[in-house]
Design a protein around this ligand. Structure first.
Ligand code: PLP
Length: 389
């Protein structure tokens, strides 16, 4: 077993907490005060939360009052779908086939919009599905949920086009920006979406904190109902004493994230180097190649070698990475994203996801390429031995 610190290439699963964020979290933990209390200690806690709200709003060009802190991206996504589902008896929810399971499993009645072989939403199909509304035109209670960037492939969706089609049909748009945040610049108002989800642990904060941004322009006739009831926290939209340290860390992580955005230029060069080297092997396929993708993500096959086997072999060689999406159970299951892109199960089961982050060097990348080649050679040789036996 390689006891050295692994070379971490799984930044879409979670990424390191910034050292400065740890300091802010420690400071918040030392502060005894409930942000709902009116005394000095309570007001100090309130200030940390409101400063973070301002920072998160600034990152995506939203209004601070529209930011609702949640327990993470999953809750933000669930809240968008379920609160909308509860808003009226006549609602429709459409989501792309490649959405995160926290969207797809948030309601049993989601209508799936297909994607093409590159993983991009089929805009024509979306238009047709919205045209075929079961209600008279102008009925406003339809929500379309499309992510900004996919966690497994990094493929970036044409959100402004989705917004324009949805707008023609009077539908609202939710965007899961959990993976895009911190990796590509974007702007809520320029995107034109009504709801947007974020998660802190993908940008250098801690897991268990996120936000749903409810854009001011959300039509007044749609009233999102909270999922959690009790206190009046988060302007009555999400009850429960706030996670002060997590939220303080989130706000600080945002500041570093914005400063670090230019570093993704170098990361994309390293990612491209991996893809160029490995796709010179016959039949290696990079999913989503040729379309806009996150600069750090690559989802590629190693022909004839299962993802399970690759992950163990890479782990033994000192590399941490995932198969497709990092499942909560730790088990590698078939990827609904690759299936939606029309990839056969046999091929999808040989795909791994490489997601790079700031600490990665070109030396790490050269080593990774070498290890990949070794695993490929070894595995194919042992398969041939088995076949010959
Ligand atoms: N949405 C996407 C695209 C994700 O990749 C993830 C996490 O991997 C989530 C939502 C859920 O976020 P969280 O882990 O904060 O619950």
């Amino acid at each position: 077993m390689n006891m050295k610190t692994p070379i971490y290439m799984d930044h879409n699963a979670t990424t390191a907490v910034y050292p400065e964020v740890k300091e802010v979290i420690k400071h918040a933990l030392d502060l005894t005060g409930n942000a709902s209390s009116v005394h000095t200690s309570g007001r100090a806690a309130r200030k940390l939360i409101e400063d973070s709200r301002d920072s998160v709003a600034k990152m995506v060009n939203a209004n601070s009052k529209d930011v609702v802190f949640t327990s993470g991206g999953t809750e933000a996504n669930n809240m968008a779908i379920r609160s909308f589902a509860k808003s009226s008896a006549k609602i429709r929810i459409l989501a792309s086939a490649v959405e995160h399971s926290s969207i797809l499993k948030a309601s049993p009645n989601i209508e799936i919009v297909p994607v093409n072989s590159k993983g991009i939403i089929d805009l024509e199909a979306l238009d047709i599905m919205l045209t075929e509304s079961p209600w008279e035109s102008g009925f406003g209670s339809t929500l379309v949920s499309v992510m900004l960037a996919n966690n497994e492939t990094g493929v970036i969706q044409p959100i402004p086009d989705v917004v324009s089609i949805a707008g023609r049909h009077g539908a609202l748009v939710h965007c899961d920006a959990v993976q895009a945040a911190g990796k590509i610049p974007f702007d809520l108002k320029a995107l034109g979406v009504n709801l947007l989800s974020l998660s802190a642990h993908k940008i250098g904060g801690t897991a268990g904190v996120g936000a749903l941004i409810i854009n001011d322009d959300l039509k007044k006739d749609v009233k999102l109902l909270p999922l959690l009831f009790g206190g009046g926290q988060e302007r009555g939209k999400r009850a429960g004493t706030e996670n002060l340290s997590g939220i303080a860390g989130f706000g600080h992580a945002v500041e570093y994230t914005l400063k670090n955005l230019p570093k993704y230029k170098k990361i994309s060069i390293l990612r491209d180097r991996i893809e160029k080297e490995l796709s010179s092997h016959s039949n290696v396929r990079v999913f989503g190649s040729g379309v806009s993708r996150l600069p750090n993500t690559s989802n590629l096959t190693m022909p004839g070698v299962s993802a399970d086997r690759q992950i163990i072999a890479f782990d033994l060689a000192g590399f941490s990475l995932s198969a497709g999406s990092a499942c909560s159970s730790g088990k590698v299951g078939p990827s609904h994203v690759l299936a939606a892109m029309g990839v056969a199960n046999d091929e999808a089961s040989t795909a791994i996801r490489i997601s790079l982050g700031f600490p990665i060097t070109s030396k790490n990348v050269e080593m990774f390429i070498k290890v990949w080649r070794d695993i490929f050679k070894r595995s194919n040789a042992s398969t041939k031995d088995l076949e010959a036996a």
